[in-house]
Design a protein around this ligand. Structure first.
Ligand SMILES: Cc1ncc(COP(=O)(O)O)c(C=O)c1O
Length: 364
């Protein structure tokens, strides 16, 4: 006889990450370099400043981290002009999504999200035995009107990833301003801005305005994307101190690692690396759009993030495998209900060329 798990976790499909290079090499025995365009990492790697900080930090690994994350939070506080007690760190921003679910969702409460949004909040709702309300996207973007009309007195959380992963589209500043003004006060709106630093468009919302207006928002950012520190697992969130206080109650001690905090502080100082990464990403997207257009057989979306959503006329599993056999790891998005699509992270110019060459071979 086995211990009986809570019934509500039965249906959870554990998060399926992009396949690591080591695993693909091991399983397929591929010779030659394999490239990974599957997890929206920064192909330029971490900032050199973060690497120097890491080298200094490793000799102190026998010490636990500073639990409050004081230095990093102080830095973020000055940079974003947000009070120290309005900032929380996470073991990646995904952990903060989970903290919000733990802190706010009673069984039967509702969490609303788009049906194609990043999956973490869906699992958070299931773990808490909350009711997941999925709103269909409209033309590959969040449908804020429908999300608003789905809100009931039982709604505790609305989760909005902006840009939405895996589509890469955004809700605009005007649309989000209007939405936030209409959302009932008791609802916590999580605005997940994992890719914000890639975006320079004036249309992109200034989510901190909502925090400054004392709205019930939780704004999430991460060091996993443009800062190139995905392997260290460190993200952060901004919200009113009362909300941060509730999240802190369910936070595990020392959740943000010592080296993660040190590297993140140094990464924030390396503005050049951020600019270089953004420019490389913009150039990479332009290259991919140009080449994909030539292919004629595929549909793709213009993306505000560091990945491109590509839809084919056929099941994408075959295309995924054929690309993988050529040493290019991409990502199927079947768990997001797109059976024919791939999400491809923007790589270096050489990686993007390699991907396009392989894709041309496969599609033909
Ligand atoms: C919308 C969104 N939020 C959060 C994350 C994960 O971020 P982290 O590595 O900080 O947990 C991702 C990663 O793909 C994402 O796409």
């Amino acid at each position: 006889m086995l211990p009986v798990p809570r019934p509500n976790i039965e249906g959870i499909r554990p998060y399926k990450p992009g396949r690591p290079i080591e695993q693909v090499v091991r399983e397929l025995g591929i010779k030659g370099p394999v490239i990974k365009l599957a997890s929206n990492e920064n192909p330029l790697g971490p900032s050199p400043r973060a690497l120097s900080a890491l080298r200094r930090a490793v000799s102190e690994l026998h010490y636990y981290p500073e639990d409050s994350g004081y230095l990093l939070r102080t830095k973020l506080s000055a940079m974003f002009k947000v009070d120290l007690d309005s900032i929380i760190l996470g073991n990646g921003s995904v952990e903060i999504i989970m903290m919000a679910c733990l802190a706010y969702l009673e069984p039967g409460d509702e969490l609303i999200m788009s049906d194609h949004s990043f999956l973490m909040a869906r699992n958070g709702a299931a773990i808490m035995n909350a009711r997941l309300v999925e709103v269909p996207t409209l033309e590959y973007a969040h449908d804020l009107e429908q999300i608003l009309s789905a809100i009931t007195p039982r709604t505790k959380i609305v989760y909005l990833d902006n840009p939405i992963n895996p589509l890469g589209t955004i809700v605009t500043r005007d649309a989000l301003n209007d939405f936030i003004a209409k959302v009932p006060e008791q609802v916590l709106v999580i605005i997940d801005e994992a890719y914000a630093e890639y975006i320079t468009s004036r249309d992109y919302p200034k989510a901190l305005d909502y925090y400054n207006q004392n709205k019930n928002v939780l704004i999430l950012r991460t060091f996993s994307k443009i800062y190139g520190l995905a392997g260290l697992r460190i993200g952060y969130g901004f919200a009113r101190p009362e909300i941060i206080g509730s999240l802190a109650k369910v936070r595990l001690p020392f959740n943000a690692s010592r080296i993660g905090q040190d590297a993140a502080v140094a990464a924030l100082d390396d503005k050049r690396h951020v600019v270089r990464s953004r420019q490389a990403n913009d150039a990479g997207k332009e290259f991919l759009y140009r080449e994909l257009k030539k292919l004629n057989k595929v549909f793709y979306l213009k993306s505000y993030a560091n990945f491109v959503f590509i839809n084919f006329a056929v099941d994408s599993q075959e295309i995924f495998e054929q690309l993988q056999n050529r040493g290019v790891i991409t990502r199927t998005v079947k768990e997001y209900n797109f059976p024919n699509a791939l999400r491809v992270s923007v790589g270096t110019l050489a990686e993007n060329k390699r991907f396009m060459k392989a894709l041309c071979e496969v599609v033909r």
